[in-house]
Design a protein around this ligand. Structure first.
Ligand code: WT7
Length: 656
């Protein structure tokens, strides 16, 4: 508990009631209304979710049963038929949405595009037809490796339209990481672009795809569909590679949405876990559609005329749920930006808010901390009065950053929703409803109606208020992940068997530590496992360790996170070289580059520390807790009696 952010969180007691003018017009307009919804969901969960599914979504045919729960296997809306792309597009064509912008986009060089619901529908149909022409059938997996351009959204919706599960791989991942994910998913087609703009440079996506696919390393891939974005010269491999703008000329802009079963696989999204390679988190159609739809509507308080901006990349779950599916299912106008703040345009986010009259803005604490550092003069030089609601996601937000966000960006008038959730949960689980729930800086506040979140000890028993424990969920919810792709055993092991629950009641284990205050507010303390979060990007220490060990000079490696004021955590790697190699500065650089090549720039260690041995228990387990303490520059307290060799610590201290 020596972490200063945790200390300040424990002392935090400011609270901000919903502004009354905001509450008056809000979707969920009072705490009493929130409580009623919670009550309805507790007394009759199936009635609650069934009512929402009926009123909020379009169905080709109704379900027979709302929930089949055979822990940890859940089936929602059993037997129902629907299509997510239909719910995001077609149904809006019969309303005033038809001519409303679905997507307003701006590229980093300043080019802009606006697509109405009608236009987006046509493009999605064309891309769906293009995929079919390339041989993609219902059930075939499609890889998407794209910059933040409208075609990324079209690609996802086109896949959903024809029932081809997509797996979006973040454009910052390396060719090596892309290859692993495409292979695990068995992708048949990859959709990519020649490149994209990010921080004044071109990210060469197509050449990374070429590297990933070279020498038949991904045998399942038959075609690559390439969108022209930057116009850079790229290599097109005959027969395999097809330009989107060429195929677009000849395909129809009409394509019926496939009738999908509620539980048909919608997408796979890879995320880091405690052990081994990334997990393919599986989400299915109906539950995910409903859960992202209703959380977007209530938490972001969507109204007809909102212009909603979520800064997340489509390569992450936030991009899936709250840039694409949730907002479009609600018929909202989504703003999408290709780039990121950069030295040549440090105030670009505020320019964009002013220019496009953004009303709802959803970003990450790490971005907010970077904005604070860039200076108040940048947002203060812009008119941000269009904003009415702010959101944050990805890691705990320190109260200082929260207050700054509230004051400087929100003009002290916008509520802030701090939303806790995960790739696995599909949608937001704990958050304020901005017209109903008072917020406290640093707390994600209360569970969404129907979510039975709790804090328990290692035996699965509830802990007292203010006492730390494991964050768990007691009941299934529609947006929950269904399995780990190709590895149902890992699903069970990673999420459902962590805690010894005496009464045998299944608990979903989130991997986060948390505590609750006397008013039931949740305070998330960060991961309790070997997952670290660098600038809000989730990375497994084991993944980075195996990348290091795959370098010929490395005998052994241990990776830990060190608290960082800007990024939340940075990566510190302790490396044992084999006896052929000597510690050298060059080698440090080479190893950092090696990790970038194996995983991507997001996994680059901030520091590599040489060591002759790693602290281990007698059974050979690396004691990362000790390394974490050392990396943070703190003295080791607590029990070290399980350490196999006590002199290791002194040597590590000297080394640092
Ligand atoms: C982990 C999930 C869900 C979208 C982005 C990350 C941390 C997420 C919060 C929050 C404190 C948070 C947790 C969680 N996290 N939101 N509001 N407050 N921590 O998705 O990559 O699946 O990571 O992010 O540690 O377990 P993800």
């Amino acid at each position: 508990m020596s972490d200063p952010t945790i200390e300040s969180l424990l002392q935090e007691n400011r609270h901000f009631p919903p502004p009354s003018d905001f509450a008056q017009q809000a979707r969920i307009a009072s705490f009493a209304q929130y409580q009623e919804l919670c009550q309805e969901a507790v007394t009759d969960p199936e009635g609650f979710w069934g009512r929402l599914a009926r009123t909020e979504l379009h169905w080709f045919s109704p379900w027979e049963q709302v929930l089949q729960w055979d822990p940890p296997q859940a089936k929602w809306f059993v037997g129902g038929k629907l299509n997510l792309s239909y719910n995001c597009l077609d149904r809006h064509l019969e309303t005033s949405c038809r001519t409303k912008p679905a997507l307003i986009w701006e590229g980093e060089p300043g080019d802009t595009r606006t697509l109405t619901y009608e236009e987006l529908h046509q493009r999605v149909c064309q891309m769906a037809n293009a995929l079919q022409e390339l041989g993609v059938k219902k059930g075939d997996r499609v890889g998407i490796y794209m910059p933040m351009i409208p075609e990324a959204v079209m690609a996802m919706l086109a896949c959903a339209r024809i029932g081809a599960p997509h797996t979006v791989v973040f454009g910052g991942f390396s060719a090596e990481a892309l290859k692993d994910r495409l292979n695990d998913a068995g992708a048949r087609v990859v959709i990519t672009a020649d490149g994209g703009w990010r921080k004044d440079a071109i990210v060469p996506l197509k050449s990374q795809v070429d590297l990933a696919l070279q020498a038949d390393q991904v045998p399942s891939v038959a075609h690559v569909l390439v969108v022209r974005r930057t116009g850079e010269a790229i290599r097109m491999q005959e027969e395999r590679d097809v330009w989107w703008h060429e195929i677009q000329q000849r395909v129809s802009d009409d394509c019926a949405a496939e009738e999908m079963d509620s539980e048909d696989l919608l997408f796979i999204l890879y995320t880091s876990g405690t052990t081994g390679k990334p997990k393919g988190v599986v989400h299915t159609t109906a539950g995910y559609n409903l859960y992202t739809h209703i959380t977007t509507q209530w938490i972001f308080d969507l109204r007809e005329d909102d212009i909603y901006w979520c800064t997340a990349d489509v390569g992450w779950i936030t991009g899936h749920s709250y840039l694409v599916y949730g907002p479009l299912s609600n018929g909202a106008t989504v703003f999408m930006y290709e780039g990121a703040p950069r030295p040549s345009a440090p105030g670009c986010f505020w320019d964009l808010i002013e220019k496009h009259k953004i009303t709802i803005f959803y970003t990450a604490p790490t971005a907010i901390r970077a904005f604070i550092k860039m200076g108040d003069h940048l947002p203060q030089a812009r008119d941000l009065s269009s904003l009415r609601l702010l959101g944050t996601v990805g890691e705990p937000i320190n109260p200082e950053a929260w207050i700054w966000y509230h004051r400087v960006i929100g003009g002290e008038r916008c509520p802030i929703v701090d939303t806790w959730w995960q790739t696995e949960t599909g949608g937001i689980m704990i958050s304020a409803l901005p017209g109903a729930i008072s917020t406290k800086p640093g707390s994600a506040s209360l569970p969404f109606p129907g979510i039975q979140a709790d804090v328990v000890d290692a035996q699965g028993l509830p802990v007292a208020d203010h006492q730390g424990g494991y964050l768990v969920v007691r009941q299934p919810w529609p947006g929950m992940m269904r399995t780990v792709y190709n590895d149902p055993e890992r699903f069970r092991r990673s999420y459902w068997e962590h805690l010894q629950t005496g009464d045998g009641h299944p608990l979903y284990f989130a991997g986060d530590g948390a505590h609750r205050d006397a008013e039931g507010y949740f305070w998330i303390m960060g991961r309790v496992d070997d997952v670290i979060s660098v600038a809000g990007h989730r990375l497994g220490t084991m993944e980075i360790e195996s990348a290091l060990v795959s370098h010929p000079a490395v005998a052994e490696a241990a990776v830990v996170g060190r608290p960082d004021a800007l990024k939340g955590e940075v990566i510190i790697a302790y490396v044992v070289l084999d006896n052929q190699h000597q510690p050298q500065e060059n080698l440090q650089k080479e190893l950092m580059q090696h990790v970038v090549q194996e995983i991507g720039a997001l996994a680059r260690p901030a520091e590599i520390r040489w060591t002759e041995t790693l602290p281990k228990t007698r059974s050979g387990k690396i004691m990362r807790r000790l390394l974490r303490t050392l990396a943070a520059g703190e003295e080791i307290a607590g029990d070290t009696s399980t350490l196999e060799d006590r002199t290791v610590l002194d040597r590590l201290r000297e080394g640092a």
